[in-house]
Design a protein around this ligand. Structure first.
Ligand SMILES: *Cc1c(COP(=O)(O)O)cnc(C)c1O
Length: 414
C-alpha cells in the first residue's frame, strides 16, 4: 500500500531536489569517495564552475530555461511504459520502462549536456571541451553546443574514430571540432588526457564538460543534479499509473549518470530497492569485463576516489564490455558511497545475457534498446521470474539501439 510518507518525500531532499546520501561534503567527498582536484590552476577553474553551479540552481531564469528546453527540445517528460509482453515472457514481476531512449538524440546524456552548456554560457565561456569514447557524449554535447551557439571541441582516440564512424559524422555535421588522439592505445584514456591538456591552456575561455557522474568536484554533484529529472519524473509517473512505488528500480552503470538519475527519485524510499547493473563482459572469471563494484578495489582515477579496476602496476586496468558506454574501469563516487552504505546494490550482466535481452525487447515490445541499457533489461529479466505478479520493476531504458544494430547483426543468428 502507498502511505503518505511514500508520496511526500520532499522533506528529505535539499533545496534543489537531491537526497542527502548523494550530496558531497565541502571537500567534495561522499563518505571516503570523490574529492577535489589538487592541481592549483585546475582547482581554481573547478571552484569557478562550482560557484557558478550553486548560483544558477537558485536562479529562476536558469531553472525556467532548463524547463523550457526539456519540454520543447528534448521532449520531456519521457513516458513510463508497461512492458506487458516482456513481463509475461519472464513470468513474475511486472516490468516498466522509463523511456529515456525517446529523448532528442536518443539517450539520457542530453539531460546533463544541456545543463553543462547552459552553465558554460552563464559563466561567459565561449567553448566547451570534452573527451568521448564511443561518441555518445560527444554527440549530445555537440547538439547542446549547436543549440546554444557555443564552440565544441571533442577529443577522441584514433581507434575509436575508426570504429564509431556515424557518431563522428554526426559531431562534424553539428559543427564540433574533432581532435584525433593517437598517443598510447588511441582510446578513451588518452582522449581524456589530451582534452585536459587543451583545457589547461584555455581555462578562462572554456569549460570542460564531463559525460557522467565522475571526475573531481563539482562534476558528480552537478551531473547528478541535471540527471535527477529522470527519477523525479519517474516516481510521480509511476505513482500516478500504478498507485504504488516500484519494488525495484534498475539501471545500467558505466560511470553511473543514468543510474543516479533514476535512483535520485527514490533515495528517500527505503522500500524501493535500487540496483545498478555493471558489464560482466565475457565473464567475471575472465579478464574481459568492467565489473568495477563486483571486482574492483578502492583507488583513484581521473582525479577522484572510487571503486576501480587496477592492473598489476596499480594503474586503471584495460576493461571490456560489448557496450562501449559501459567500458570504464572506475565508477562515480556517489555509487561507491551508496554501495558501502547499503543504500544500493550492484549486480552484473554478461555480453551474452545483454544480447539476449537486446533481442527479447526488440521482438517482444518493438523497442530496440542501446546495448548499455540492455544490461539493465537483462538483469530485470533474470530477477522478474522469482518475484510475484504484484511486484514491479522499473528499468531505466537509457538509450535507443540504432547505433548498435550492425554490431548485433554480426553477433546473432537470425
Ligand atoms: C553513455 C551511456 C551509458 C553509460 O553512462 P552512465 O553515465 O553510466 O549512464 C548508458 N546508456 C547509454 C545509452 C549511454 O549512451
Amino acid at each position: 500500500m502507498t502511505t503518505a510518507t511514500q508520496i511526500d518525500n520532499a522533506s528529505t531532499l535539499n533545496h534543489y531536489g537531491l537526497h542527502q546520501s548523494i550530496l558531497p561534503s565541502n571537500d567534495g567527498l561522499y563518505g571516503e569517495f570523490g574529492g577535489k582536484i589538487a592541481h592549483p590552476e585546475l582547482a581554481r577553474a573547478m571552484n569557478e564552475i562550482e560557484k557558478g553551479f550553486r548560483e544558477v540552481i537558485k536562479s529562476t531564469d536558469f531553472i525556467n530555461e532548463m524547463k523550457r528546453l526539456r519540454e520543447t527540445y528534448v521532449g520531456r517528460p519521457s513516458p513510463i511504459y508497461h512492458a506487458k509482453r516482456l513481463s509475461e515472457h519472464c513470468g513474475g514481476a511486472q516490468i516498466y520502462l522509463k523511456r529515456e531512449d525517446l529523448n532528442h538524440t536518443g539517450a539520457h546524456k542530453i539531460n546533463h549536456c544541456l545543463g553543462e552548456v547552459l552553465l558554460a554560457k552563464k559563466l561567459g565561456k565561449t567553448k566547451v571541451i570534452a573527451e568521448t569514447g564511443a561518441g555518445q557524449h560527444g554527440v549530445a554535447l555537440a547538439t547542446a553546443a549547436a543549440l546554444m551557439g557555443v564552440e565544441c571541441e571533442i577529443h577522441m582516440g584514433v581507434v575509436d574514430i575508426a570504429k564509431e564512424h556515424p557518431n563522428v559524422s554526426r559531431m562534424k555535421i553539428l559543427g564540433a571540432k574533432i581532435v584525433p588522439v593517437s598517443e598510447g592505445a588511441g582510446t578513451l584514456k588518452e582522449a581524456v588526457d589530451s582534452a585536459f591538456a587543451t583545457y589547461l591552456g584555455e581555462l578562462d575561455s572554456s569549460m570542460f564538460a564531463i559525460g557522467s557522474v565522475v571526475g573531481p568536484a563539482p562534476y558528480p554533484e552537478m551531473v547528478s543534479y541535471f540527471q535527477s529529472v529522470v527519477g523525479h519524473e519517474a516516481r510521480e509517473q509511476f505513482l500516478a499509473t500504478t498507485g504504488k512505488l516500484p519494488s525495484k528500480v534498475v539501471a545500467c552503470v558505466g560511470g553511473g549518470s543514468n543510474a543516479i538519475g533514476l535512483f535520485s527519485g527514490f533515495l528517500a524510499d527505503d522500500d524501493v530497492e535500487k540496483v545498478g547493473v555493471e558489464p560482466a563482459g565475457k565473464g567475471l572469471d575472465t579478464p574481459d569485463h568492467a565489473a568495477t563494484m563486483t571486482l574492483g578495489v578502492k583507488g583513484e582515477i581521473h582525479g577522484f576516489k572510487c571503486y576501480v579496476l587496477l592492473d598489476d602496476k596499480g594503474e586503471p586496468a584495460p576493461v571490456h564490455s560489448i557496450a562501449s558506454g559501459l567500458d570504464y574501469p572506475g565508477i562515480g563516487p556517489q555509487h561507491s558511497h551508496l554501495r558501502d552504505s547499503n543504500l544500493a546494490t550492484y549486480e552484473s550482466a554478461t555480453d551474452s545475457e545483454c544480447l539476449e535481452a537486446f533481442m527479447a525487447l526488440s521482438r517482444l515490445e518493438g523497442i530496440i534498446p542501446a546495448l548499455e541499457s540492455a544490461h539493465a533489461i537483462a538483469h530485470a529479466m533474470k530477477i522478474a521470474k522469482d518475484m510475484s505478479a504484484e511486484e514491479t520493476i522499473l528499468v531505466n531504458l537509457s538509450g535507443r539501439g540504432d547505433k548498435d544494430i550492425d554490431f548485433v547483426l554480426d553477433k546473432v543468428d537470425l
